[in-house]
Design a protein around this ligand. Structure first.
Ligand code: NAD
Length: 305
């Protein structure tokens, strides 16, 4: 039985995990991965008054995240939503590192590296050996089975998914993924932590794509197939879905924002689990990934940036 049977939103206050961590005690958060989501997560957690250890494989990668966060906060200062001293305080709360050992004292670690199960499993094995007992190990995976990551650790009861949306500082939703191995209190703590960030948290069972991506990706994929069939141009499909459905952006703009490599990885994981042809990635998506046209992050996807 999965958490979908009792899926809920949570307004509960501090809960203690089996190993003694509660939401109020989550003061130091480790973030792994310096890509689009890693830098968003660093900003969100530092802004909530927590200490953040930002780990990338290179020191330069971790420092680049701090520069990105500083730039993002600079825009908030210009809009007078943040003071200059708050900006400096938030940036100072993020410590860059290229060493996993520096995550040892974290209360919560969120992995947000490339959407590749083997890479994530290896990281969870290493984290389990390094991070203090009782700390929560979480993944920001978009689709992969969280239970697979839990089972490579010696603390499956303390492993959950905490799935943020892009861009993390702006998007309200966080999906908290409840694998069958997680203790209820670990999940509750994750929900409370997400809410302490000003997010709306929903609990969802450990099924590929969770709620949002399971519903969103067939739509994005079918938009690409529609374009491949010559039904309409990229611009026409994007403006039709904006104007006709009141979506803030069309499917091609969204795919370029998500990253086409991540989109293919998500579709592959959905197809692997459900074998529904709507999830089989459109041919052009794979070709574009092979060519390195990954969307905004590489300057070229369905459009040029
Ligand atoms: N892009 C989105 O819209 C989005 C939204 C929610 C969740 N996610 C999830 O967040 C995670 C990261 O996605 P992203 O969009 O930030 O990707 P990205 O391509 O921007 O960044 C990926 C990061 O992983 C690192 N990386 C690559 N190979 C690695 C390895 N072998 N070991 C350690 N680190 C490695 C890269 O250096 C980079 O810092 C994925 O699990 C993705 O599914 C993405």
């Amino acid at each position: 039985m999965g958490a979908s049977e009792n899926a809920s939103t949570s307004t509960e206050t501090a809960m203690t995990t089996p190993n003694g961590i509660d939401a109020a005690m989550v003061e130091t958060v480790g973030i792994l991965g310096s890509g689009i989501m890693g830098s968003g997560l660093a900003e969100v957690f530092a802004r909530s008054g927590r200490q953040v250890i930002m780990r990338s494989r290179t020191r330069e990668g971790a420092e680049a995240v701090i520069a990105k966060v500083d730039k993002s906060l600079g825009r908030q200062v210009e809009k007078e939503k943040l003071s200059q001293s708050e900006r400096e305080q938030i940036v100072a709360a993020i410590t860059p590192t290229d060493s996993l050992a520096d995550l040892a004292e974290c209360d919560l670690v969120i992995e947000s590296v490339v959407e590749d199960l083997e890479v994530k499993k290896e990281l969870f094995r290493e984290l389990d050996a390094i991070v203090k007992p009782g700390a929560i190990l979480a993944t920001n995976t978009s689709t992969l089975p969280v239970v697979e990551l839990a089972m490579v650790t010696g603390r499956p009861e303390s492993v959950v998914g905490i799935h943020f949306f892009n861009p993390a500082p702006m998007m309200k939703l966080v999906e908290v993924i409840h694998p069958i191995t997680a203790a209820d209190d670990t999940v509750k703590t994750a929900l409370v932590v997400a809410e302490s960030l000003g997010k709306d948290a929903v609990e969802v069972a450990d099924r590929a794509g969770f709620i949002v991506n399971a519903l969103l990706f067939p739509y994005l994929n079918n938009a690409v197939k529609m374009w491949e069939q010559g039904t309409a141009s990229i611009d026409a499909i994007d403006s039709a879905m904006q104007g006709g459905c009141n979506f803030p952006m069309g499917p091609f703009a969204l795919l370029d924002l998500v990253g086409l490599d991540t989109a293919v990885a998500i579709l592959d994981a959905l197809y692997e689990e459900f074998r529904d042809p709507n999830y089989a990635p459109a041919t052009s998506l794979r070709r574009m990934v092979t060519a390195g046209h990954l969307g905004r992050k590489t300057g070229r996807g369905f459009r040029w940036y």
